[in-house]
Design a protein. Structure first.
Ligand code: GLY
Ligand code: MN
Ligand code: MN
Length: 437
C-alpha cells in the first residue's frame, strides 16, 4: 500500500507558510466528534485540511503555523497521554512524542490551549482561519482575541485582520502531487474492482444492500477502512433518485442498477458510477439511453486537457445528450434553444463533475474573477453525465420511464490531456454484457 510520507506533510506546511502574509498565524482545528444516537458516535474522520497539513488522525487537536517563529513554526495542541483515558478511547501520540512522531516544533496539551494561544496570537497582524464553518471554533477564536483586547492597556496588540485560510490552502489541495496521484490511483483500482465484483455477482432477487455488502467487503479486503461517501445502489426507478442511499429494495429482472461507490484510501477518495442490467442484458430502450450517456461521457473526457476551462466537459456532454434526446423523441425543438433554456434539465439536472481529492466533492475554486478556471496538470475531477427519466413522466413514451443512468470516471489532468484512473471498470455495452454473461 502506497502512503504519503512525513516529508510530504512537512513540504505542505512550508508551502502554506510561504504563501501566508508577513507576521501572520494560521489556526486549524481537528474535526469535531459527532453523535449518531445517544451514547454512540459516528466514526471519527479527521478534517481534510487538518490531515493535509499534519497526517495526524486524532480528535481534540489544534494545529498552528507561525512562519518565522523563533521557537518553532509548527505548534500542535493535542490530547495528553493519560492511561486511564487511553484504556477507554485508544492510544494517543501525546505532546511529548509529537515532535518526534509528527514533526511538530512545539507541542502542548489541548487543555492548555486557552492559556497559550492568546500569547501566540498577540502582536500578529493577521490570523488565517476557516471562519463560519464551526460555531464552537469561531467562538473560541473570538475569545482568544478578546482576551488579548483586555490586555491592550498592558501593551498587548490584538491581531487586526482575519485572512481566508481556505483560499490559500484549497488552491494547494487542488493541484495533486505525484505521490497523491499514486494514492488516488490505488483508491481508484480498489473501487474499480468493487464495481466489477458487483456486476459479476448480481442476480435478480437480491436486495440492493446485498450488492452494497460486496462493495464494502471488496474495499475493506483491499485495505480501505471505509467508503469515501455512502454507496448508492439503486435498482429500477431508484436509479432516478440522485442521492438514493437507503439501498433497501429488491433487485428485479429487467431493472437497470445504478451503483455510485468509491473507497477512501489514506484520506483520498475514488468516486465511480456504473449502470448495468440486473439480468446481464440491456433492453433496447435501456441500450439507447445508455449509449447516449456513454457518448456524452466520452465527449466530455475529450475536453479534459490543460488550457480548456472547467465547464467545457459539461458543455460537450450537454450537447451530445440534447442531440440524442431530440433524435430519440424525448425532447422536441431546437437544440440551441433547449441548451440556452436548460430544458434538458428534465432529464439531466446535475453538473458533469466536481474536483476530487481528500473530499469527494473536493476543494478548489471553479471560477476565477467570474470566469470558469482553466484546467491544469495535477487537477483531478470526475466526469459523470447521466440521464434520469422519472417513472411518472408522462411527457415521454412509456418505454423510457423509470430509466436512470450515470457513468462516472475519475480523471487526472496531465501535461497534454488526461488519464482516466477508473478505466478498469467496463463501460461499453458489449464489455458489460460480456463480463456479466
Ligand atoms: N458520489 C457523489 C458524486 O458523484 O458526486
Ligand atoms: Mn459518484
Ligand atoms: Mn461524483
Amino acid at each position: 500500500m502506497i502512503k504519503l510520507d512525513s516529508q510530504e506533510y512537512a513540504r505542505r506546511r512550508q508551502e502554506l507558510m510561504a504563501r501566508m502574509s508577513d507576521n501572520s498565524i494560521a489556526i486549524i482545528p481537528s474535526a469535531p466528534l459527532t453523535t449518531r444516537n445517544r451514547d454512540v458516535e459516528h466514526p471519527f474522520r479527521q478534517d481534510s485540511d487538518f490531515y493535509y497539513l499534519s497526517g495526524f488522525s486524532e480528535e481534540h487537536a489544534v494545529l498552528v503555523l507561525i512562519p518565522g517563529r523563533e521557537h518553532g513554526e509548527y505548534v500542535l495542541f493535542c490530547q495528553e497521554k493519560i492511561k486511564e483515558q487511553e484504556i477507554w478511547t485508544g492510544r494517543r501520540v501525546g505532546p511529548e512524542a509529537a515532535p518526534e512522531t509528527l514533526g511538530a516544533d512545539d507541542a502542548f496539551p489541548i487543555t492548555d490551549i486557552d492559556d497559550i494561544l492568546p500569547g501566540l496570537l498577540e502582536g500578529k497582524d493577521r490570523i488565517y482561519a476557516s471562519l463560519g464553518v464551526r460555531q464552537d471554533f469561531d467562538h473560541q477564536l473570538m475569545q482568544w482575541v478578546n482576551h488579548i483586547k483586555t490586555q491592550v492597556r498592558n501593551g498587548a496588540t490584538p491581531p487586526r485582520e482575519f485572512g481566508a485560510l481556505d483560499h490559500l490552502l484549497h488552491e494547494m489541495r487542488l493541484i495533486k502531487s505525484d505521490a497523491e496521484i499514486a494514492v488516488m490511483r490505488q483508491a481508484a483500482d480498489i473501487s474499480a474492482d468493487a464495481h466489477v465484483r458487483a456486476m459479476e455477482m448480481v442476480k435478480p432477487g437480491m436486495m440492493e444492500y446485498q450488492l452494497e455488502a460486496e462493495i464494502m467487503r471488496t474495499f475493506m479486503a483491499a485495505g480501505s477502512r471505509w467508503p469515501a461517501y455512502p454507496s448508492i445502489v439503486g435498482a429500477g426507478d431508484n436509479a432516478c433518485i440522485l442521492h438514493y442511499t437507503q439501498n433497501t429494495e429488491e433487485i428485479k429482472d429487467g431493472d437497470l442498477i445504478l451503483i455510485d461507490a468509491g473507497c477512501e484510501l489514506d484520506y483520498y477518495a475514488a468516486d465511480i458510477t456504473r449502470t448495468f442490467p440486473a439480468n446481464g442484458k440491456f433492453s433496447d430502450p435501456q441500450k439507447e439511453l445508455y449509449q447516449l450517456v456513454l457518448d456524452a461521457q466520452m465527449a466530455a473526457i475529450e475536453q479534459v486537457k490543460p488550457g480548456n476551462h472547467w465547464n467545457q466537459p459539461h458543455e460537450a456532454a450537454v450537447k451530445v445528450l440534447v442531440d440524442g434526446l431530440l433524435e430519440l423523441g424525448l425532447l422536441e425543438g431546437d437544440a440551441d434553444d433547449i441548451i440556452k433554456e436548460e430544458k434538458y434539465r428534465q432529464f439531466y439536472m446535475h453538473k458533469t463533475g466536481h474536483w476530487l481529492g481528500m473530499d469527494v466533492h473536493d476543494v478548489g475554486e471553479y471560477r476565477i474573477d467570474g470566469e470558469w478556471r482553466e484546467l491544469e496538470p495535477g487537477m483531478v475531477l470526475t466526469i459523470e453525465p447521466g440521464l434520469y427519466v422519472s417513472p411518472d413522466d408522462d411527457t415521454v413514451e412509456e418505454q423510457w420511464r423509470g430509466i436512470g443512468i450515470r457513468i462516472e470516471d475519475d480523471v487526472v489532468v496531465t501535461k497534454d490531456g488526461c488519464t482516466v484512473l477508473t478505466a478498469n471498470v467496463p463501460k461499453t455495452i458489449d464489455a458489460i454484457e460480456n463480463l456479466m454473461g
